[in-house]
Write a protein that binds this ligand. Structure first.
Ligand code: TA6
Length: 277
């Protein structure tokens, strides 16, 4: 049976799970806390299908195929098997490293040579890094994101701080560009926004679970905030109808205006640190 392969990590400060497909962090449960990442119970768990929840690795484009050629939404990296490079106990927790390099299949979809490396440290914090290397002899332009699904008690009671006064693209209103107000973000409808030019740390206050989740980042200028709300959740067959209440995507990447261009041989790293308190 051609099943997905999983790496289970346990440590004194927290446990985690990574799927080799997509180097997909599927769970992080710090000691003394409930799981910090949302994972859909209805997710397809089969080779080639994106996992709904956790931290999908989005590369080399964000959203629909930019050339409208029918290539997979959010790129191909999350659908392919990565190679496990290392699993090692360290001072901050257990580190798992995986890599993906171009091959005939990726070059048919995207004619470039590259290498990706995803590292995740599962401890009192979840530390993730995504390194992109240009192995081509021409410049490499790409979008990327660590598409984090946070677990919340009830999104209607949550507040997101850190994106006040920030320009965003509203994907629900013809990609119109707006600037957010001075108040924390609250959730009473579907939201799908790409905040641009921001390296801000985001904090999600969750009064239902009695915690604040912090998403700090380096090397990322875009933050995407998404909740499907009732109607879109009902249309997604890999999400249970009420799951919209239990999740909030706070994604760290480089999208649209913030896309990255690397010279031959150059590399770029995004780092994301998630904590619960
Ligand atoms: O993160 C925002 C978004 O681009 C939404 O528009 C929604 O499509 C979400 O990603 C999930 O995309 P997926 O391809 O995983 O269903």
């Amino acid at each position: 049976m051609n099943d997905l392969r999983w790496i289970h990590v346990t440590g004194p400060h927290g446990d985690g799970v990574v799927c080799e497909q997509g180097a997909h962090v599927a769970d992080w449960t710090p000691a003394e806390h409930a799981p910090v990442l949302f994972l859909s119970g209805a997710s397809r768990m089969e080779p080639g299908s994106p996992i709904r929840g956790g931290v999908p690795v989005i590369f080399p484009w964000f959203g629909e195929d930019p050339e409208d050629r029918g290539r997979p939404a959010h790129g191909f990296a999350r659908r392919l098997p990565w190679d496990v490079v290392e699993t090692a106990e360290g001072p901050d927790g257990v580190r798992v490293s995986l890599q993906l390099a171009d091959d005939e299949e990726t070059r048919r979809m995207w004619p470039h040579r590259f290498a990706l490396r995803l590292e995740a440290v599962f401890g009192a914090a979840l530390e993730m890094s995504l390194r992109v290397e240009n192995r081509d002899d021409a410049p490499l332009r790409f979008e990327e994101a660590l598409h984090t699904y946070l677990a919340v008690g009830d999104v209607r009671e949550a507040k997101l701080r850190g994106l006040e006064g920030t320009t965003y693209v509203d994907k629900l209103d013809g990609f119109a560009r707006r600037t957010s107000g001075d108040e924390p973000l609250v959730f009473d409808r579907e939201i799908d926004r790409v905040y641009l030019g921001t390296d801000a740390t985001c904090r999600v206050d969750d009064p239902v679970l009695g915690r604040t989740l912090t998403v700090a980042k380096e090397g990322s200028r875009s933050t995407v905030v998404w909740n499907p709300w009732i109607d879109k959740a009902a249309r997604l067959d890999d999400l249970d109808d009420d799951d919209w209440m239990a999740m909030l995507c706070v994604e760290s990447g480089n999208v649209a205006d913030d896309a990255i261009t690397l010279a031959p041989g150059e590399s770029h790293v995004i780092r994301v640190t998630i904590t619960a308190a």
